[in-house]
Write a protein that binds this ligand. Structure first.
Ligand code: SF4
Length: 199
């Protein structure tokens, strides 16, 4: 069938009019949405940020209203992702806020941990610990483990290495953080150092 440019637009217009007539007569839910309903980003402030999930480093725009995060989406101006996000990054909003299955309201994610916790040897439950105590305890365990497992000589060769500690970096760490972690681990003599850049 030959269809001229003018004919195409006529046909498309007729199809659209028919579709609209159907929508109006069938009380479509889409058209039933209140036209006065606020656009979700009305009165928000925007901040650019980086996705926290992997070393891809995709850019995101975080929108807040009254100090509360209300939306996260890909940043179209970011050179890495140009607005796109993988499924994991696209659900980043749920780290902090989720939809209540009962009320359909957006509520704080109750599974999100905002304080350090510790599970003591032999214990089955986790308990809260302050940041100061957590850092102090980690430092004590690192010192103790390093002192007990540090090896200076092996088969007559100076090795100065620590077998008792391993370091595994997370995908959320950027290059500068990884550099510092590597530097610190090497200074302790740790040789088992790795990082998983993506999950
Ligand atoms: S997790 Fe996905 S969205 Fe986030 S930085 Fe990696 S590729 Fe990008």
């Amino acid at each position: 069938m030959n269809l001229s440019r003018r004919g195409f637009f006529k046909a498309a217009g007729a199809a659209f009019a028919t579709s609209m007539a159907f929508e109006l007569s069938s009380k479509s839910e889409t058209l039933a949405v209140e036209p006065s309903a606020d656009w979700k980003l009305v009165n928000t402030e925007e901040y650019t940020n980086i996705c926290c999930y992997c070393s891809g480093g995709c850019g995101v725009i975080c929108s807040t209203r009254d100090g509360e995060l209300v939306n996260i989406e890909g940043d179209p101006d970011h050179p890495i992702n140009e607005g796109g996000l993988c499924p994991k990054g696209a659900t980043m909003f749920q780290l902090r806020n989720v939809v209540d299955p009962e009320t359909r309201e957006i509520i704080k994610n109750t599974n999100r941990k905002t304080r350090p916790m510790v599970r003591r040897p032999g214990a089955s439950e986790w308990e809260d610990i302050t940041w100061d105590d957590a850092v102090a305890e980690i430092a004590q365990w690192v010192k103790k483990t390093r002192d007990e497992t540090f090896e200076t000589m092996h088969d007559g060769i100076t090795v100065n290495r620590c077998h008792g500690i391993a370091s595994l970096g997370g995908s959320q760490q950027n290059s500068e953080e990884e550099y510092l972690i590597n530097k610190m681990m090497r200074s302790l003599g740790v040789i088992a150092i790795d990082n998983q850049a993506r999950v």
